[in-house]
Design a protein. Structure first.
Length: 240
């Protein structure tokens, strides 16, 4: 679920640098619906940054932060802003991956205010404060993300990393996707301190693969790829 809440302008309004080509994307780390058993697994593998919403944020950045949208997607590792929350939280509470787009620097005089002029300051959410070109670019970011999700295979399910023996190699397994145009899968990884995937290897149309990388040192993911090169969001493995 993608929530667009306060996406009217990149105007800083208060003397800070204007950022008409930036939109913030808030994504939670630890899932809101995490169970005690899932929390125990997350704590053991350091999976705080690999929940479904973080993977959605990485996916959105990969397909929508480009010259075609004209926007930089500035990912914020937080469910939402301080003291406030938007409609995506209701979806998070029901287990859906969800994220919130919002402009880079809010003007609180224009939010949740009765329309009035007070001491020479205009309050209220008025049409004159909307930069329609900015909002159109945010719409392109949404369109690119949604189109890419629709075109891509589904995120692999049942992804497991083999922890039955001590070895410096890493074996990952997953359930097969059912798309008729599936080409295969990719294993992605990054240092545990990196924000996004830095390495990728094609492993073909298989459901298990072993790479010569120590699982203790990196964070892994598995994503599906179709014959046209569309890639799904990655799924983080759990020990098994």
């Amino acid at each position: 679920m993608l929530c667009n809440d306060i996406v009217g302008t990149g105007d800083a309004h208060d003397g800070h640098q204007h950022e008409p080509h930036v939109v913030r994307l808030f994504v939670e780390g630890v899932p809101t619906t995490e169970t005690p058993a899932q929390a125990s697994t997350r704590q053991s593998v350091g999976g705080e940054n690999d929940g479904p919403s973080r993977q959605l944020g990485r996916f959105a950045t990969s397909v929508a932060d480009n010259a075609q949208t004209g926007m930089e997607v500035r990912v914020i590792w937080r469910r939402d802003r301080y003291l406030r929350g938007s409609d995506h939280i209701s979806f998070l509470q029901r287990g859906y991956p969800a994220a919130r787009f919002t402009e880079p620097r809010e003007n609180f005089n224009h939010e949740h205010q009765d329309v009035r002029v007070e001491n020479g300051t205009q309050f209220g959410d008025l049409i004159e404060f909307v930069d329609f070109a900015y909002t159109a670019r945010v719409a392109r970011v949404n369109a690119a993300t949604l189109w890419s999700l629709a075109q891509a295979p589904g995120t692999p399910k049942g992804v497991v990393i083999d922890t039955t023996q001590l070895t410096n190699q890493s074996t990952l397994k997953w359930r097969p996707n059912t798309e008729p145009d599936l080409a295969g899968y990719e294993i992605v990884w990054r240092d545990s301190t990196a924000t996004d995937w830095t390495h990728v290897i094609e492993v073909g149309n298989v459901t298990t693969a072993t790479v010569d990388i120590a699982k203790d040192n990196v964070q892994f993911g598995v994503r599906a790829v179709d014959r046209d090169g569309h890639r799904s969001p990655a799924a983080a493995p759990v020990p098994g």
